[in-house]
Design a protein around this ligand. Structure first.
Ligand code: HEC
Length: 271
């Protein structure tokens, strides 16, 4: 029996250890060391930034939902998601949902739609803001994180801003009151090693023009929560699926152990 108990412990221990190590959030890789000969300041490697979000973090999802309803729904819909489904999945009480998250004119049972008519949007922005239900799946969470964090001031653009992840985007820098306004600083590099090769501009780093209401760390958190929410919306069942998966594995392991014991019991006299 003692043998059996230790077997079960070992079998149970493995998936638990796995589960504990699973949500290893990747920190956004900020900068890389400057190459030899480059100026002292290390260039910002925004292409390597990671969202580092976790849909298992329910508080982050709740904050992300709030961010979306405050800053995105004016232009973007989530047409496959109902308010009530979102509230159920995130354990948001109905009273809080109705008072704080449901857009005016909508009810709990409605899909999350934007009040901006598509035609007006096309006139104002030259493009209709896309529905964001599946954007995390079509573009990846890391892309969304980079997109929301690389808006910079560009007075020559119609929106007065541009974006590194999506150059010439028609979306204005809607988070600049939180993040502040920043300029992109470029450095000149030779476009190839050949003698007389033309110089080209390569993005180097951002420079703050005016600070926002959030510190850079707080803004990173704001963007991570928002991206986390869009990750959830793209695959709402994933939160439940992951937690059920663990129990299914545990159950199967227990069943195997019992079957093994039963087999031993049956065969012990047959020799
Ligand atoms: C003032 C209107 C407006 C608001 C508010 C707004 N967007 Fe947009 N957004 C747009 C427009 C217009 C586009 C289309 C851009 C294009 O394709 O050039 C867009 C495109 C996008 C895209 C698609 C990018 C791609 O690669 O195709 C994402 C993702 C996005 N927005 C996220 C957000 C998030 C998250 C928020 C809230 C924090 C937000 N937007 C708020 C107008 C808006």
């Amino acid at each position: 029996m003692a043998k059996f108990a230790s077997l079960v412990l070992i079998l149970l221990g493995a998936p638990l250890a796995l589960a504990a190590s699973e949500p290893a959030a990747t920190q956004p890789a900020a900068t890389q060391p400057a190459a030899a000969g480059a100026e002292a300041r290390a260039p910002v490697r925004w292409e390597t930034w990671r969202a580092g979000n976790s849909v298992a973090d329910n508080e982050s999802l709740q904050r992300g939902a709030r961010n979306f309803m405050n800053y995105c729904i004016g232009c973007h819909s989530l047409k496959y998601m109902r308010y009530q489904r979102m509230a159920d999945d995130m354990q948001i009480p109905t009273a809080v949902l109705t008072a704080n998250l449901v857009a005016p004119g909508s009810t709990n049972l409605d899909y999350i739609t934007t009040s901006m008519p598509a035609e007006d949007a096309a006139n104002w922005f030259g493009k209709t803001p896309p529905d964001l239900s599946l954007i995390a799946r079509s573009r990846s969470v890391d892309y969304l994180y980079r997109f929301l964090k690389t808006f910079y001031s560009d007075p020559s653009s119609a929106t007065l801003s541009d974006n590194l992840a999506y150059p010439t985007t028609a979306m204005p820098a809607v988070l600049s009151d939180l993040e502040g306004v920043k300029a992109a600083v470029y450095r000149q590099v030779k476009s190839s090693a050949a003698a007389g090769a033309p110089m080209e501009n390569v993005f180097d780093h951002f420079e703050t023009i005016s600070p926002g209401n959030l510190t850079p760390d707080q803004f990173d958190g704001f963007v991570r929560d928002t991206v986390n929410f869009l990750d959830y919306v793209g695959d709402p069942a994933q939160v439940e699926r992951r937690s059920i998966g663990l129990w299914v594995v545990l159950f199967l392991l227990l069943l195997s152990a019992l079957a093994l014991m039963l087999k031993k019991e049956y065969w012990k006299d047959v020799h």
